[in-house]
Design a protein around this ligand. Sequence first.
Ligand SMILES: Cc1cc2nc3c(=O)[nH]c(=O)nc-3n(C[C@H](O)[C@H](O)[C@H](O)COP(=O)(O)OP(=O)(O)OC[C@H]3O[C@@H](n4cnc5c(N)ncnc54)[C@H](O)[C@@H]3O)c2cc1C
Length: 555
Amino acid sequence: MENRSLAADLLIIGGGSAGCMAAIRALELNPDLKVVIFEKADIKYSGSIARGMDALNIVAIPNFTSPELYLEAITEGCQGVVDGPPSYLMAARSFELLKKLQSWGVYFPTDESGRFRTLKYHVKGEFQTAMEEPDLKVMISAMALKKGATAVNRVMGLSLLQNDGRAAGAIGLNVRTGELVICSAKAVILCAGGQARFSLPNSGYLYGTFDYPGNSGDGYVMAFEAGAGLTGMEYARRTILIKDANIPLLAISVTRGGRVMDIFDNILMENEVNEMHRMEEAVAMGHGPLRIQLSHLKPEVIEEIEHILFSTERPVQERFFKGRGIDFRKRDIELWPTEAQVCGGHGMAGAVVNAKAETGVPGLYAAGDVACVPKQHLTGAFVFGEVAAEGAVEFIAAQPAVTLDDGHVKRVEQERNRRFTRAGREIEVQELEYKVRRLIGDYVLSPKNEYKLKNWLEWAKRFEAEMQDRVLVRNGHELSRLYEVENIARCATLSALASLERKESRWGDAHHRVDYPKRDDRNYRCHIVIHKDAGGEIRLGTRPVAGMGGKEVAA
Ligand SMILES: Cc1cc2nc3c(=O)[nH]c(=O)nc-3n(C[C@H](O)[C@H](O)[C@H](O)COP(=O)(O)OP(=O)(O)OC[C@H]3O[C@@H](n4cnc5c(N)ncnc54)[C@H](O)[C@@H]3O)c2cc1C
């Protein structure tokens, strides 16, 4: 198979929310830049906002809320483990972002007096701001292309290229043909999302996940292999969602007056969604299935919720509820805990970045769910997509051209060819994925303990050997899936190692060590950072939380 070669100034890996925004911003700043986007799927509909979105979860509206109040809210929400500067910057740029989106035609509902529709999602302040844009992804991807970015669809970023420790492009794999695509670049922005396919969802469907299933932690592995630090990998978040459909609706329905109830009709949350731990506790006590009740709401509020769920969020829900004969006016919506995910958007896991989206590897930036700006959601993906682009454009201007590391390309190519050999390979990749994710559920998730976590490390070795020599690869698609499963397993190992290091319990179900059941602020109100040293050894350590005005975070 011939390799395909491309040369860019800026390579963006992942054409989702952050990736599109990064491309737009880079080309706004310098329309002459050659910007290439590796996108594993098709940029038009890929990523967490496969189509539309109903809210920007963080907007600090002037004279209503403030970045300072947001910092208080997020610090409390993360139980103190959050760096001030990136979260503050995100909130400080959030209103400007809203105005920019508005100028592009994105609709943000307002009342008669012109006040934006805000909802209570955080412990303090109303930062969640309603948005109605069923075609948001189509819109931003079209804009990135119109500005001159080249989207290379169906290409999965596999491995970052480096020159003397500096980012120099990446090697990608066509997920249909198995062809390698080599793109040299003076700077790289990682925007490949989080790890959506961590444990199995309760439905057992490999792709029936809350988050976009194409996000298989590739960005975490690429960053780690390049020497960047990862943090928060022990934070594996499991949400309680619409049973079987695994679609979220708490932030849409409860914030508008819906009630989360247990089987004894105790109301666990109403109007606000900041007490999710009550849901976890109720489920743990066997007080589930939980359900959302909307029947007490005014007809126009139910209609508003239906409108959002059936048009902007995930239109398939209309068919799902109709098929089950569920009318929100008469019947409650059953909820169920689903798969765990590792993510910097809803969770706290990802590449260590500072407020400039720098990773610590010169020329390598990370934005969106792949980066650890805790619970940054869509606002963070958009803001840090822009911030990363601004930094990258400046960096590129000061850098000489990069040279291609032929040896690295050769190694990846040989490895790819080896996977295509048939002898001794009999395990179907989807069977292996099922088993890997089942065991992640058994050993890596809460309730955690040393025995279970170490057991995963043993299993990981076994899986590694199987992935090397026993998985059947008949075409490029199966090969890409094998690489994805490898990344899923590697994320699990990083999560298990970080979980072993955090010898306390924090963040409810996201990190519950039964052998260290208490929260220990004295020793663990800090980040667990994991990175690979120059000799290829995995190193774990702690890093203090960066306060405002304090030290910048270096990876
Ligand atoms: C169901 C759902 C509802 C949400 N609702 C809200 C909300 O109402 N408000 C809010 O503020 N936030 C919301 N969020 C969060 C928000 O959408 C995400 O935080 C944000 O979109 C993440 O952007 P991203 O660019 O990091 O990831 P994504 O938009 O997921 O993009 C990642 C892209 O990378 C591609 N990719 C993955 N791996 C590779 C690879 N190896 N090579 C090349 N490409 C790759 C993927 O195909 C994808 O296109 C929601 C998320 C979900 C899943």
